[in-house]
Design a protein around this ligand. Structure first.
Ligand code: PGA
Length: 251
């Protein structure tokens, strides 16, 4: 029997927000009284994680935007997976394209972080996605499979229950240029088929594959209808009231 994949929406604030802004977003989410049919996480800059964790009501919860590989030590500026766990933060985004392009997160580094995060008991939103140049060259599937293969190489089959895959084409992130539902569905279905071969049919069936890249309150409903789109990772619109509409996109 096919697994029921619970719809998943993540808000990635990136390096945006202030105490006031965070407080008002938390209030909006809490006031929306989300019904729990969709799993919702919000990822603020690290300095606001505890404030969010302490004030956001279930079913929404806090997520980190990144973590390191080691559990403690002389790594100035980093946060360990164990520290996130200790602080009751259960989710972390890893391999976001901004980390890959600006902060040296290679496939291997992302895989090491993923392994450390899962070992510490965290759940991971693992991001993959091709650049515009790669899409135009027709190598989208090879790129996302290569990125996900690095993650697959460090996980056991059982570990996959702690992973959500985020497909985020780099050309759609922060550009207002959203992938069409068909473009996103094509890559999601490729990734699911790839997971079936590389890991197992059960993992392919159960793993949420979410889409990210200029998702907003207007385009989310059409995207959510696609059979392999199991939710969204939302940047810009996660700081706006329309985030609530996106959290309700799954009908
Ligand atoms: P965007 O960002 O929604 O602003 O395009 C998405 C992301 O980077 O996760």
């Amino acid at each position: 029997m096919a697994a029921v994949r619970k719809f998943f929406v993540g808000g990635n604030f990136k390096m945006n927000g202030s105490q006031d802004i965070i407080r008002s977003i938390v209030k909006e989410i809490n006031d929306a009284k989300l019904d729990g049919k969709t799993e919702v996480v919000v990822a603020p800059p690290a300095i606001y994680l505890l404030a969010i964790k302490d004030t956001l009501l279930p079913p929404a919860e806090a997520a980190a935007q990144n973590c390191f590989t080691e559990s403690s030590g002389a790594f100035t500026g980093e946060i360990s997976p164990n520290q996130l766990k200790d602080a009751d933060i259960h989710w972390v985004i890893l391999g976001h394209s901004e980390r890959r392009s600006m902060f040296g997160d290679t496939d291997k580094f992302v895989s090491e972080k993923t392994k450390a995060a899962i070992a510490a008991g965290l759940k991971v939103i693992a991001c993959v996605g091709e650049s515009l140049e790669e899409r135009e060259k027709g190598v989208t599937n090879q790129v996302v499979e290569r990125q996900l293969n690095a993650v697959a190489s460090v996980l056991s089959e059982d570990d996959w229950k702690h992973v959500v895959v985020a497909y985020e084409p780099v050309w759609a992130i922060g550009t207002g240029k959203v992938a069409s539902p068909q473009q996103a569905q094509d890559v999601h279905s490729d990734l699911r088929a790839w997971l079936g071969k590389r890991v197992s049919p059960a993992v392919a069936d159960a793993t949420r594959i979410i889409y990210g890249g200029s998702v907003n309150g207007k385009n989310c409903d059409e995207l959510a209808k696609e059979k392999d789109i199991d939710g969204f990772l939302v940047g810009g619109a996660s700081l706006k009231p329309e985030f609530i509409d996106i959290c309700r996109a799954h009908k």
